[in-house]
Ligand binder design. Structure first.
Ligand SMILES: [Zn+2]
Length: 54
């Protein structure tokens, strides 16, 4: 699973960690996050995120 980065604020979503505040369990792929999830730092939607290639 790839990490994804917020283009607006630089927040990185790590699938191994998830997003506890946003209700995303560890081990959740970015693609499997609900479409109404928003960046925990700046509030932008998933369409503002880009994949980080390892
Ligand atoms: Zn952000």
């Amino acid at each position: 699973m790839n990490k994804f980065s917020c283009e607006v604020c630089g927040y990185e979503y790590d699938p191994a960690v998830g997003d506890a505040e946003g209700g995303i369990a560890p081990g959740t792929a970015f693609e499997d996050i609900p479409d109404d999830w928003v960046c925990p730092l700046c509030g932008q939607g998933k369409d503002q995120f880009t994949k980080i290639d390892d």
